[in-house]
Design a protein around this ligand. Sequence first.
Ligand code: SAH
Ligand code: SF4
Ligand code: F3S
Length: 473
Amino acid sequence: MDNRNTNVNELEAAKQLEIINELKVSFEQEYEKTGKRKTYHIETFGCQMNSRDSEKISGILKQIGYVETDTENADFVLYNTCTVRENANNRVYGRLGYLGKLKKSHPGMLIALCGCMMQEAQTVEKIKTSYRFVDIIFGTHNIFKLAELLQTRLDSKRMVIDLWKNTDMIVESLPNDRKYSFKAGVNIMFGCNNFCSYCIVPYVRGRERSREAQDILDEIKGLATDGVVEIMLLGQNVNSYGKNLETPMSFAQLLIEIEKIEGIERIRFMTSHPKDLSDDLIDVMKNSKKICKHLHLPVQSGSSRLLKLMNRRYTKESYLELVEKIKAAVPDISLTTDIIVGFPGETEEDFLETMDVVKKVGYDSAFTFIYSKRTGTPAATMEDQVEEPVAMERFDRLLKEVQLSSAKSAGKDEHTVLKVLVEEVNSQDPNLLTGRLSNNLLVHFPGESELIGKIVEVYLAESKGFYYMGKLI
Ligand code: SAH
Ligand code: SF4
Ligand code: F3S
């Protein structure tokens, strides 16, 4: 990003902070009159990108003077939406109907919709005609403007819609509200340039933009000072980080710099695209003391023919070679993946290739999806869309194969002592703590809540398949 852009971004941040302060003053005056703080509630649909965006939204609202509440019976309700598959959209419409009724019994309630679904013109048209009770609509590129949009809505009493098709802006240093005190997601890049033929993300998240390395490092240093020990670097394709920076920097180089930050004990990242995973990165992972022994490496399909149609730019063979290289360099790595069944034109043979990859790689777990047609993507108009019952039947077979594969890899660390980051008191048994291993598996063990946020050594006494029962050492 050049200097001109940096200036524009700084000016924008200053403008937004000024509006936040104006709102804060008027909210404080209202509080003095009523004795009541206004409440907000965010419902987040979708991926970690959206969760991270919701933290930014939360940060702005808390700064204004809102307090968070865990029900939708709030003064300001926001839905941060996802459109990656049709059922993500359906969930939003379902909830929105209920919210409309709730609004009638809650005078002054404001409703905002944001996130990926709002980047689609047909969705916004539908909201404008059928869901008139929505107050504010914004998208994925202008979250930093929330205070301004809220101010406009409060002044105008009309539906406020602000949608940007794309942006090259990255507005730093606005308020932030993190969900956990000890672990944090950090955006390293936004958008996606890959245009996998089934995927809507490049259309709703715009072109790939990397954050300046210094901004990322400063943020992580700040997090470490605040007591954060684990960070998750976020991007749709982290392996192509830095390519569009004025001084290009590779993801592997960025990791080396992050590794040096004192206080950070664990580094995770997602998502890795197989086509961009470099030998340098494998080397860095091999030599790192902090990068977790877990790699999420979406394969999508095991058929080279379908991978080509999907525009993934690798083959079954090159994917398997990559997996072997990684396993050789980091023998205790846990591999997970995403798989789509029922992509247009998928034959039984194609599907069996996918089953074969699952058998050969031995994933610890896999997210499996039935292909969902997304309007505007190349795959939506491809011939031979697979009939639903066929896709369902393949999906069930795939799930069984994935379960076999995770059952095999589960329990391989039984009777060993490993480091665990303690995350919370167990939700079912208050005498137990729940923590996470480097490979992302959960461990439950007896302990006191003071240990939350600490990394402790735990003896893995018993494997229960997807988790361990352990004993503090
Ligand atoms: N950037 C990440 C994935 C983001 S979307 C990557 O490239 O791996 C998360 C997952 O949703 C994808 O990996 C894919 O498996 C799935 N997905 C995306 N579009 C889909 C569609 N149209 N139908 C079904 N699954 C889809
Ligand atoms: Fe979608 Fe492909 Fe980009 Fe992932 S890499 S977000 S699947 S287009
Ligand atoms: Fe969904 Fe947008 Fe993430 S479409 S998966 S929330 S990038």
